[in-house]
Design a protein around this ligand. Structure first.
Ligand code: ADP
Ligand code: MG
Ligand code: ZN
Length: 496
């Protein structure tokens, strides 16, 4: 029983445990040498082993074991020196052998956890276990009114199943946990975490209990929730459904429900009575999995900086605000882009104060502009004409006062759009800001001599006219004057 308490929903506490299936980034499948690749024409990545032909034997893919161990170490799990493979039986057209090889009695990894951060604070969601298993094929129904086809390219693809303890207390917490888990798997190159392609899939186990109750309520398992948004939606719906049922005197049935993204509802798929009996038994064709201690040590030594650690470092060493650091580490490619840019400023700007200003501008630019384009268009915006060096050049112009920050934003988004380097665009658009003392002074003096009565009124005490002069100078420069310098010059000249 977990004592952690979270937000209440109309006096009820929500209890959730998540089961995630993530495809591993191996070259080949878990027990045969077929390619592990998404998007090939149906049934072209198959062989007698993954087609379940009689007389074939599985051979375990060592790379999958290595990736599993790596994920486990990154999440603080215990690595089992010896683990087992079992057969899990069920009948479905996408499962040619009639059973799935999985790890049941002794999984590869146990324990561990992930730190999450939500409005209700920071907590650890404990991990119950992680184990290796093979994926099933895929039934294809689309565009086929009276029949279904089966594509077995996915059959035998290595999966890591990651089962949390029932420590999650709200839809927000569930989504945060999933995001962090996906980040971790991507940062360690265990999985690409691509949800559209099914490399990161989630089942939600959910129950409710009265606030303060010790025992868990009966849970339902919701299948087929394959985006963060759907997880949130399915949970909100299911929480309401369970509260309404219990408050009107009904009992929650232990059952499996299916989320329907179109209606946003969950509907019953099968009850506990109809629950499958998987008849697990040890896989006779595979030996026990005995790990070489050296493999575990190699993986431990090779772990990259994890998002959580990187965030701490961004806050403590670089001095970023926590909110900015969180955003930057969420996508590894963005974090690397950010740091590379910072490194460039460090080599070109020697003094502390200038460097601090550069860091502030750069952080704000990456967090807002670069991230927006990245989310819209993907990794391509981080290379080519808008690669780090080019974007840093642009920000250097802002720091030197020859371009305003809002002009830089404008130029950057056009540079992304037109695939041109930002600095080239600045030249083309004739955008460079007017900062030269002589040029600005000429503009200021022209404005003052054109508006003698306003000048007299200002000098007579009408302070509010200051904005009028600034506006007139900016207009004369067609928006290119450096506003800070215009302010200084005007203040000086208006003194009389
Ligand atoms: P199985 O799917 O084999 O029945 P478990 O019973 O171990 O596996 O649980 C699967 C998932 O359900 C785990 O993530 C666990 O945390 C979660 N879970 C178990 N009991 C509850 C409950 N009462 N309410 C919500 N989640 C639960
Ligand atoms: Mg399960
Ligand atoms: Zn095969």
């Amino acid at each position: 029983m977990s004592g952690a308490s979270g937000p209440l929903f109309r006096g009820w506490e929500v209890v959730v445990g998540l089961e995630v299936h993530t495809q591993l980034l191996t070259k080949t499948k878990l027990f045969c040498r077929c390619e592990n690749r998404f998007g090939a024409p149906p049934n072209t990545l198959v062989c007698p082993v993954c087609l379940g032909h009689p007389g074939t034997l599985p051979v375990l893919n060592g790379e999958a074991v290595r990736l599993g161990v790596r994920a486990g170490l990154a999440a603080g799990c215990r690595v089992s020196p010896v683990s087992t493979f079992e057969r899990k039986h069920y009948f479905y057209p996408d499962l040619p052998k009639g059973y799935q090889i999985s790890q049941y009695a002794q999984p590869l990894l146990t324990g561990g956890g992930l730190r999450i951060r939500t409005e209700t604070g920071e907590r650890t969601i404990r991990i119950h276990r992680m184990h290796l298993e093979e994926d099933a094929g895929k039934n294809l129904h689309a565009g086929l009114p009276d029949r279904s086809h089966v594509d077995l390219n996915r059959a035998g693809v290595p999966l890591l199943e990651i089962v949390s303890e029932p420590d999650i207390r709200s839809p927000d917490e569930a989504v945060d946990y999933l995001k962090r888990l996906r980040q971790l798997l991507r940062a360690t190159k265990v999985s690409d975490g691509n949800m559209e392609e099914g490399s990161f899939r989630c089942d939600v186990n959910l129950s409710i209990r009265r606030a303060g109750a010790k025992d868990f309520g009966t849970r339902v398992e919701i299948k087929n929730v394959n985006s963060f948004r759907f997880v949130h939606k399915a949970m909100v719906y299911e929480i309401e459904r369970q509260i309404e049922a219990v408050e009107s005197g009904e009992k929650i049935l232990q059952e499996t429900r299916l989320f329907d993204p179109v209606s946003g509802r969950t509907k019953s798929m099968r009850s506990k009575e109809e629950a499958l009996d998987y008849r697990y038994f040890p896989e006779p064709d595979l030996p026990l999995l005995v790990l070489e201690p050296s493999l575990v040590e190699e993986e431990r030594g090779a772990l990259p900086e994890l998002p959580e650690q990187r965030m701490e470092r961004f806050c403590e060493e670089i001095g970023l605000a926590r909110a900015d650091a969180e955003i930057l580490v969420a996508e590894e490619a963005i974090a690397l882009y950010f740091e590379e840019g910072l490194q460039r400023f460090r080599t070109t700007i020697p003094e502390k104060e200038g460097l601090r200003k550069a860091r502030e501008r750069w952080t704000s630019f990456v967090v807002s502009e670069v991230l927006r384009e990245f989310n819209r268009r993907g990794e391509e915006v981080l290379s080519g004409p808008t690669a780090v060096t080019q974007t840093v050049d642009l920000i250097e112009r802002v720091l030197a006062g020859s371009l305003s920050f809002s002009q830089a934003k404008e130029v950057y988004s056009r540079a992304v759009e037109e695939r041109k380097t930002p600095v080239l665009l600045v030249e083309e658009l004739g955008l460079s800001q007017v900062s030269g003392e002589g040029e600005l002074l000429a503009l200021v003096e022209a404005v003052l001599s054109e508006n003698p009565s306003e000048v007299a009124a200002y000098r007579g005490g009408k302070d509010r006219l200051f904005g009028f002069f600034v506006g007139a100078v900016m207009k004369k420069s067609r928006g290119k004057a450096n506003p800070e310098k215009v302010n200084d010059l005007l203040r000086d000249k208006l003194k009389g």
